[in-house]
Design a protein around this ligand. Structure first.
Ligand code: ASP
Ligand code: MG
Length: 408
């Protein structure tokens, strides 16, 4: 098999951990696999590098900041290669540009545009383990970085470019869970799920995989396995399609988000471009709007409410207030202290009525639903943050432990 393994910051957080990773890579190679490795920076290195730059200037030059941040991964790649040599494995470290990773000419959040795989292919052919720095590439004569958490994306894109059989993401948890096990003790590890479900979960805040990595895995049909580098436990598999029983489960996982706030704009006379204007202005001010609900109250008058992150709510309110005369609405109200609970599952497509069941469960638990938004495979409810814990445990117990879980 051809395997790409990615090790996150905690997994390479110390020399001891790097030795453990080297053992695992060695084992993979000795079992007859071709293995390419992608590494993150050790522990909190990237944060420390950011701090270092800040100690010097508040506005570091973007090119030089990327040059600085990219060094974290270079340290882990070189050390891991040395640790592999100790085990008689031939290994070579590659920075992003040595590995042929080309990106947009943007600093801090560059997207990969191309991977020239000839060096990596040659290494694999020669029985060498390439150890590639995650989170970076090259554009012209500049090193670029992909954005925080970008190493997952590097691994997936390299796996796609090398046509690997699997991309294994090693982290400090044993897989993807039905919900956060720290809040719901009954949460369990999901054995397998689909790219689309993982994309929803990752976007909704499941920390284990970066959404961009999942997006690329979906795009290039890369089979992902998430598992712990600290144990031998089987992880979670993420694939393009699941067949059979698994699919019939309506709900695969639950994601939550705290610190949600809502802005309600009441009595907005309908004029052709009013709404568009409001949301473009919010986007211009970089306020990230999530759930939007519009309802017609009487002819040619609507109420519009939308959610933002708590930290953005005053900014959002100011933007809307600024349009008061132009839009001619009656009132604007802000509400803080909200949260979002979302159920995700590809099985919803073939199980109509899941949303209704969720509302029923929440009603029985005395949880107030303020807003709802759905997609084909997701139902999200905005609720008071104080009721989030109750909501999650009720919904988890109904859909993922009890009779609704499809384990009939
Ligand atoms: N080292 C980078 C970060 O901390 C990239 C990564 O770990 O994925 O964000
Ligand atoms: Mg990470």
């Amino acid at each position: 098999m051809r395997i790409v393994q990615k090790y996150g910051g905690t997994s390479v957080g110390s020399l001891e951990r790097i030795e453990a990773v080297a053992d695992r890579v060695a084992k993979t190679v000795q079992a007859g696999n071709e293995c390419a490795v992608v590494v993150s920076a050790m522990g909190k290195t990237t944060d420390q590098l950011v701090e270092l730059a800040k100690g010097l200037t508040n506005k570091p030059d973007a090119r030089e900041l990327d040059a600085l941040l990219s060094t974290g991964e270079q340290v882990s790649a070189a050390l891991l290669s040395m640790a592999l040599h100790k085990r008689n494995i031939t290994a070579k470290s590659y920075t992003g540009w040595q590995a042929g990773i080309e990106t947009e000419a943007i600093h801090g959040t560059a997207r990969m545009t191309n991977v020239r795989t000839e060096f990596l292919e040659q290494a694999l052919k020669d029985g060498i383990v390439p150890v590639v720095t995650g989170f970076q590439g090259i554009a012209g004569d500049s090193v670029t970085t992909l954005g925080r958490g970008g190493s997952d994306t590097t691994a997936v894109v390299i796996a796609a470019a090398l046509d690997a059989d699997v991309c294994e993401i090693y982290t400090d948890v044993t897989g993807v869970f039905t919900t956060d096990p720290r809040t719901v003790p009954n949460a369990r590890k999901i054995k397998s799920l689909q790219h689309e479900e993982m994309l929803e979960l990752a976007t909704l805040g499941a920390q284990v995989l970066h959404p961009r990595a999942v997006e690329n895995a979906k795009k290039f049909s890369v089979r992902l396995v998430v598992k712990s580098s600290f144990s031998e436990e089987e992880g979670t598999e993420i694939v393009a399609d699941l067949e059979g029983l698994e699919l019939q489960k309506p709900v695969t996982g639950i994601a939550t988000e705290k610190s949600v706030a809502r802005i309600a704009v009441v009595g907005v006379p309908v004029n052709r471009h009013g709404l568009a204007k409001m949301f473009s202005k919010l986007a211009e001010e970089r306020v990230n709007v999530d759930v939007i609900v519009q309802s017609v109250v009487k002819e040619r008058v609507v109420d519009v409410s939308f959610t933002v992150q708590e930290q953005d709510v005053d900014e959002a309110l100011a933007v809307v207030e600024g349009l008061r005369t132009e839009l001619g609405f009656e009132d604007v109200i802000k509400e803080s202290g909200l949260a979002k609970i979302s159920i995700v599952g590809a099985g919803m497509i073939s199980n109509p009525g899941v949303a209704g069941e969720m509302f029923e469960i929440l009603a029985s638990a005395d949880v107030t639903i303020k807003m709802v938004s759905t997609s084909e495979i997701k139902v999200s409810c905005i609720i008071p943050a104080s009721q989030l814990a109750t909501a999650v445990s009720s919904v988890h117990s109904a859909f993922l432990e009890g009779v609704l879980s499809g384990s009939k």
